[in-house]
Design a protein around this ligand. Structure first.
Ligand code: URA
Length: 195
C-alpha cells in the first residue's frame, strides 16, 4: 500500500495538468496515516498548506484537529487526510470544474489504495465532488450515505461542516453549527469504534 501510494504521490508532485501547477508553491498530496479506516476529504489547499505541503495546517486545520481530539482521534494515528484538489487556487477561490477533473484521478487512487471504511466529506466542494448535487450542506451534514449508491462499495460517507465555516460561526448554542459538529463527530466516533 505504501509503495502504491508513493507512486501516485510522485506522479502528483510532478503533475502539470492544470493551470494551478504554475502558481503553486507545493503540491499538497495528503496528511495523516495511510493505513486508516477513516479518511477526510477537504476542499483545496490554502495559504499555509501551499507553503508547507501538508493539508489542514492553517486555522481551519487547527480547529479540525481539536474537533478530532474531542473524541480521542488524531491524524498521527487514526485518519488519512486529503483534498479534492492538490494545488492551491489563487486567493482560495473555489476549484474550477477543469481543475477538479484534472485532479480527480489522484483522489480516486487515494480512496482505492487507502481503502477506508468511513469517508468524511468536509464542506460543499468535497460533497459535490463525490456525491454530486444532493442538497445544501446544512441539510445533509451528519447523515450517512452508502457508498454503493455512488460507486464506492463497502464505504460510507458523511458530509460535515468545513471548519472554516465553524470559525465564522462562534456560537456553541444548541442547534448552532459548532453544536451540530459536536453531534456529528460523536456519531462518527461511534461508527469508527464498531470497525
Ligand atoms: N481547507 C481545506 O479544505 N483543505 C485544506 O487542506 C486546508 C484548508
Amino acid at each position: 500500500m505504501y509503495e502504491e501510494l508513493e507512486k501516485v504521490r510522485t506522479e502528483c508532485l510532478n503533475c502539470q495538468k492544470c493551470e494551478l501547477s504554475k502558481s503553486r508553491t507545493q503540491v499538497v498530496f495528503s496528511g495523516g496515516i495511510p493505513n486508516s479506516k477513516l479518511m477526510l476529504i477537504g476542499e483545496a489547499p490554502g495559504f499555509w498548506e501551499d507553503k508547507t505541503g501538508e493539508p489542514f495546517v492553517g486555522k481551519a486545520g487547527q480547529l479540525l484537529d481539536k474537533i478530532f481530539a474531542c473524541v480521542g482521534l488524531n491524524r498521527k494515528e487514526h485518519v488519512y487526510i486529503c483534498n479534492t484538489i492538490k494545488c492551491r487556487p489563487p486567493e482560495n477561490r473555489d476549484p474550477l470544474p477543469e481543475e477538479k477533473s484534472a485532479c480527480r484521478e489522484f483522489l480516486d487512487k487515494q480512496i482505492e489504495i487507502v481503502n477506508p471504511k468511513i469517508i468524511l466529506l468536509c464542506g460543499r466542494v468535497a460533497v459535490q465532488s463525490i456525491l454530486g448535487n444532493i442538497g445544501g450542506i446544512t441539510k445533509i451534514r451528519g447523515k450517512w450515505f452508502d457508498g454503493k449508491d455512488y460507486g464506492f462499495e463497502g464505504k460510507k460517507f458523511m458530509p460535515i461542516f468545513h471548519p472554516s465555516y465553524l470559525l465564522r460561526n462562534d456560537s456553541r448554542e444548541k442547534g448552532s453549527p459548532k453544536w451540530l459538529m459536536w453531534q456529528d463527530i460523536k456519531e462518527i466516533k461511534k461508527e469508527y469504534d464498531k470497525l
